[in-house]
Design a protein around this ligand. Structure first.
Ligand SMILES: [Zn+2]
Ligand SMILES: [Zn+2]
Length: 285
């Protein structure tokens, strides 16, 4: 029996190539299940392999916007050079068919924060939108939810989703690692989407936000209905306080749950129970 679930981890990444099984065991020992999320074809395949091997792991397959062009990416403590890939619907469709434990398409979406320097930005944005729409189409076709990555692009992304709904195509999903504003969250909630939070909510609110008395991410955590919230690590990135700066892992999702509980003044058990139920409902686990 699992008591909580990490709705977005990359246990399938090279960061765990030497000790993935130990990291997974540590999570299971504490009652933490997890979704393993692909960011390109190779890591999507590995996500499926882990899901097939372990009862408490489910796979998400898709192409991250940062992998559409070759570029150097600096995450908080892990840097890498991304490999260029074009979204191949047939290849990802085959992955979905390969295992009943593939529960969503993603992570996919728009990322205007990290744009490659050698390509005109308009072209990059157009290609990102095209790949995102292709993944929405696949998710719709195979009747799976979509797991969305969005950075500095909420208006464009919400507009695409709203157009999709307006065209009569309904889709369900979540906005992973949400770091936007309340009005941005509201647009997604109106479409029935879930909002998921990472260890970023445990970081000190930006001084500028406090000084200007504007809303911080922690205020958004208080406003999102608990029935629409997921918790996740995005491991190996974004380790929550008190592990900040270290390699993140699914077991640390408990610190995200603790922060949600603290901010909303409810028990950790309630947060874990409800977010587990939400994750099971959305992804039909
Ligand atoms: Zn992401
Ligand atoms: Zn991720």
């Amino acid at each position: 029996m699992f008591r909580r679930i990490d709705a977005h981890s990359h246990i399938n990444f090279n960061a765990y190539k030497d000790d993935a099984e130990q990291v997974i065991a540590r999570a299971f020992e504490e009652g933490t299940a997890m979704l393993a999320v692909g960011s390109q074809y190779s890591t999507s395949v590995r996500a499926v392999e882990y899901a097939e091997k372990h009862e408490g792991i489910w796979a998400v397959v898709g192409l991250h916007p940062s992998h559409l062009f070759e570029q150097h990416i600096d995450e908080e403590e892990i840097s890498y050079t991304s490999v260029h890939e074009t979204f191949d619907a047939a290849a990802y469709r085959a992955l979905v068919k390969r295992s009943p434990k593939v529960v969503a398409i993603g992570e996919c979406g728009l990322d205007y924060y990290r744009l490659p320097e050698h390509v005109p930005h308009e072209e990059v944005r157009a290609r990102q939108k095209e790949a995102f729409r292709a993944q929405l189409d696949l998710a719709h076709e195979v009747d799976l939810p979509i797991m969305i990555h969005c950075r500095d692009a909420h208006d464009d992304l919400a507009t695409i989703l709203e157009e999709y709904f307006a065209a009569g195509k309904k889709i369900r999903g979540n906005i992973h690692c949400f770091t936007g504003t309340w009005p941005e969250a509201e647009r997604y909630l109106q479409l029935g989407f879930y909002i998921s939070f990472t260890g970023v909510i445990t970081y000190k609110p930006k001084a500028a936000d406090i000084a200007a008395a504007v809303e911080t991410l922690q205020d958004v955590v208080k406003k999102v209905p608990l029935e629409k919230m997921l918790i996740e690590t995005d491991a190996p990135y974004l380790a929550p306080v008190p592990m900040r700066g270290k390699r993140n892992e699914p077991a640390y999702v408990k610190y995200v749950g603790e922060m949600v509980a603290k901010l909303r003044e409810i028990s950790v058990e309630e947060v874990e129970k409800q977010t587990l139920l939400n994750t099971q409902t959305l992804f039909r686990l």
